[in-house]
Design a protein around this ligand. Structure first.
Ligand SMILES: Nc1nc2c(c(=O)[nH]1)N[C@H]1C(S)=C(S)[C@@H](COP(=O)(O)OP(=O)(O)OC[C@H]3O[C@@H](n4cnc5c(=O)[nH]c(N)nc54)[C@H](O)[C@@H]3O)O[C@H]1N2
Ligand SMILES: Nc1nc2c(c(=O)[nH]1)N[C@H]1C(S)=C(S)[C@@H](COP(=O)(O)OP(=O)(O)OC[C@H]3O[C@@H](n4cnc5c(=O)[nH]c(N)nc54)[C@H](O)[C@@H]3O)O[C@H]1N2
Ligand code: SF4
Ligand SMILES: [Mo]
Length: 719
């Protein structure tokens, strides 16, 4: 017996000795938690454990998604070789055959329909190097004006608001380390407890230090539970709510007069406008009692220090830019910016939601946050790329507008990298119909997603375990993801795939890189002198320092922790305040007799975006294996909907079936459905296509629906 045991332990010891470790960063949210994946071989089985690694932002923390991310990356359904659709079926082909097919298709489409007929749809989940290269690929290899990316559905309202108000957009104006010292914190339309879990200790520490926390959300979320005051706002009315707060702050004489005078413009018009408003009318409109609004306004104004944070609840609206700007009006009118523990944070969503919006993936943008319509910027980038400025296309259109152009037949070929628009775009039935019309559709992904099913060719990309590159996290801190696991099968890195396609199109000389670092060094040059200046950042520094906050214009520069201390980024150095009317320019899809309820959409902790990755992770999928609809029990009684039964939800555009979930945490006039499932549970079949006219953000957070029990699937046909 002892002999056997000894033998067993000896074997165990040996097994542990065959341990391998892989350094990387979590592939999911903007926290970009640094981690190490430990691979242990146990007899013939491999065991994996993910552990957090020390870094300036997340300090070694990981949430459940990070701990289980490897389950999708190592999943057997991962695509490991190129796939070409032949007679309606995907078949394995060589890279040579796939690239040859792509070349023939692109050449024939561009000959027939023009250069702009081929579009590129990118992502904020790829590295800075890849986002930069995709922009260059569209302009230099394809010579098309049509490129945009999924960040349009994510950060565009906050980015536009910051650009308009401050003159530049770095999501956080202060480092996260200042949060624990703020005396008052306002979180508007943000559910950090579920969406950026490892940020929570900063806010918990603030609370321990006595901070007063205000949460604005139609639902009592896990985040709202840490609040001292929860304003349970009616969906889509944040801009009006902010007007009420401004009115109270001004009428009670709580503004910072000298700050307004020296550092801002536009305040007088706001003062004039809000005096004409009635508190009662706004309170009725927003559903928030006047006394609560007053409490929030007075507290925010009176405390010595304070910070404002917004996320998609406020921003994913057809007046998202205006709503954010009006909340910024509050922050500025009380002078809480550019100082210690005073500032703004747009809580970025995707892993590289910050960096991927800076280096040329946007329809109107060139690297370094430069403008494609500015002659100086065009000349500078053309020089870096070795082409003439005349060769650079002009600006294109936003993500959803590209899909519309596909439907109209103006864009007939499309490259899609790292996104799943059939599930993530509004008006999903239309999106699917549009993509089916394409003459040529190439998808670069890890899996055959709902969208990839429609492709003509799928190219297998590498994951966060394999692909090295930089990501810019929630703070605006550039981090080096040192991934080194060998690619499975014939998988290639996204940057390599871009180079290979460019090579097939005869543009290889502009895309001859050996490593991600080489691309980064070109990006540094391209960003030099731009707003998002990375030129002082090197891989070597990132390895040594763990991360650097941009702008960082020189190698000796330490990076920039706090913005706007002495001046804002507009030419007049002032913050631009502007009047935001209660009633938005684009009418929202508000409840009617026929569709009497508000639907709002969002996230749950274990799943990520369209769920292609997290639905493949056994540990995460087990927590929520299907979609659901949160509904107040009173509302459920009205519509005869029991708890945990199937319910049909319909809007003017389509219908879905999900399971009911009673909760008193939601407003009785509102239901909530998460966005992580496709097909018959795809909530975007319901969402309207209307866009914010300033930034082209869809109104994901408000649409009107009707609900009914779903008992007979033959009677209740889905549309
Ligand atoms: N677990 C998880 N984490 C994620 C993601 C994920 O999919 N899953 N995605 C990442 C990405 S890309 C993003 S963009 C972020 C998103 O992060 P968040 O924006 O925090 O997440 P959401 O759930 O979309 O919306 C936040 C809150 O807005 C509220 N809300 C809805 N309508 C309104 C309204 O009209 N006004 C106000 N004030 N609030 C409203 C919702 O009830 C919700 O609680 O999360 C990132 N992190
Ligand atoms: N109703 C509603 N809709 C929404 C939102 C909402 O709140 N409500 N939120 C919006 C927001 S904020 C966002 S950010 C969008 C996101 O929407 P999408 O970008 O469509 O969502 P993802 O699920 O991240 O899609 C990423 C795809 O890329 C693949 N992938 C992952 N990593 C890699 C990689 O390294 N390389 C490549 N090539 N592929 C990879 C995944 O397998 C997956 O298929 O959805 C938006 N849609
Ligand atoms: S999902 Fe976000 S918070 Fe969680 S481990 Fe990943 S990066 Fe960190
Ligand atoms: Mo996002």
């Amino acid at each position: 017996m002892t002999e056997l045991l000894l033998k067993y332990f000896r074997t165990k010891q040996k097994e542990v000795q065959s341990e391998k470790t892989y350094d990387t960063q979590c592939p999911f949210c903007s926290m970009q938690c640094k981690m190490q994946l430990i691979e242990q071989t146990v007899v013939t089985r491999k065991k994996y454990i993910a552990v957090g690694k020390e870094n300036p932002t997340t300090k070694g923390r990981l949430c459940m998604k990070g701990m289980n991310a490897h389950q999708h990356a190592l999943h057997q359904e991962r695509i490991t070789h190129p796939l070409l659709k032949k007679n309606g079926e995907f078949v394995r082909v060589s890279w040579e055959e796939a690239l040859q097919f792509i070349k023939e298709q692109v050449v024939s489409i561009q000959q027939e329909d023009g250069h702009d007929a081929v579009g590129v749809y990118g992502s904020a989940s790829i590295t800075n190097e890849e986002a930069y290269l995709l922009g260059k690929f569209a302009r230099v290899a394809l010579k098309t004006r049509h490129i945009d990316y999924n960040g349009r559905l994510c950060m565009s309202a906050a980015a536009t608001a910051a650009n308009q108000t401050f003159g530049m957009d770095r999501g956080f104006t202060n480092a996260l380390s200042e949060v624990p010292h703020a005396r008052v914190i306002m979180l508007a339309g943000s559910n950090i407890a579920e969406c950026q879990p490892t940020i929570m200790p900063y806010f918990e520490e603030a609370k321990e230090n006595g901070a007063y926390i205000i949460v604005i959300d139609p639902r009592e979320t896990a985040t709202a539970r840490i609040a001292d005051l929860h304003l349970k706002v009616k969906p889509g009315t944040d801009a009006a709510l902010a007007n009420d707060m401004l009115k109270i702050i001004i009428e009670e004489g709580l503004i910072d007069e000298s700050f307004i005078k020296q550092r801002t413009s536009g305040f007088e018009e706001i003062e004039r406008y809000v005096t004409t408003l009635s508190l009662e009318e706004i309170s009725g409109r927003t559903g928030v009692p006047i006394e609560q609004i007053r409490k929030a306004a007075v507290k925010f104004a009176r405390e010595e220090t304070g910070m404002l944070f917004t996320a998609r609840g406020v921003e994913q609206q057809t007046d998202g830019t205006a709503a954010v700007r009006n909340l910024l009006n509050i922050l500025i009118s009380v002078g809480k910016i550019g100082k210690f523990a005073c500032g703004y944070g747009a809580i970025t969503g995707q892993g590289n939601g910050q960096g991927a919006r800076e280096h040329g993936q946007k329809a109107d943008q060139l690297p370094g946050y430069r403008s494609i319509e500015n002659e100086e910027d065009r000349a500078y980038i053309a020089d870096v790329w070795g082409i003439s400025a005349e060769e650079l296309p002009r600006k294109g259109v936003s993500a959803y507008e590209m899909i519309k152009k596909v439907h109209e037949g103006e864009i007939t070929g499309l490259f899609l990298m790292c996104s799943n628009p059939v599930v993530s775009n509004p008006n999903a039935n239309f999106v699917k119909a549009a993509l089916k019309k394409l003459k040529f559709f190439a998808v670069i992904d890890l899996f055959i997603s709902e969208t990839a099913r429609l492709a003509d060719v799928i190219l297998p990309a590498s994951s966060y375990l394999e692909d090295e590159g930089t990501m810019t996290n929630v703070e605006g801190r550039v981090m080096l993801r040192e991934a080194s696991k060998p690619c499975p099968g014939e998988v290639r890195h996204d940057w390599k795939i871009i180079c290979d396609i460019a090579g097939a199109l005869g543009k290889g000389r502009f895309f001859s890189y050996e490593s991600a670092e080489e691309i980064f060094n070109e990006l540094r040059k391209a960003s030099r002198g731009g707003i998002a200046d990375y030129s002082g950042i090197t891989y070597e520094r990132l390895k040594k320092e763990g991360g650097i906050l941009w702008p960082c214009p020189e190698q000796g520069h330490p990076g920039t922790a706090r913005l706007f201390e002495a001046e804002f980024a507009h030419p007049d150095k002032k913050a631009d305040m502007c009047v935001v009317p209660n009633e938005p320019a684009v009418k929202k899809d508000r409840p009617t007799e026929e569709y009497p309820l508000y639907l709002t959409t969002g996230r749950v902790m274990p799943h990520y975006l369209t769920g292609v990755q997290t639905r493949k992770s056994a540990a995460l999928a087990a927590r929520h294996f299907e979609s659901f609809m949160e509904i107040h029990p009173k509302t459920a009684a009205t519509y005869k909907i029991e708890d945990r039964v199937l319910v049909k939800i319909e809007s003017k555009r389509g219908s879905i079936v999900v399971r009911s979930k009673w909760t008193e945490a939601i407003r009785p006039d509102t239901v909530f459905v998460p966005m992580h499932w496709g097909d018959s549970q795809n909530v975007n079949r319901l969402v309207a296509e209307d866009l914010d006219p300033t930034c082209q953000m869809p109104g994901f957070k408000v649409c009107s629906v009707r609900i009914s029990p779903f008992y007979d699937k033959n009677v209740n046909k889905l549309s």
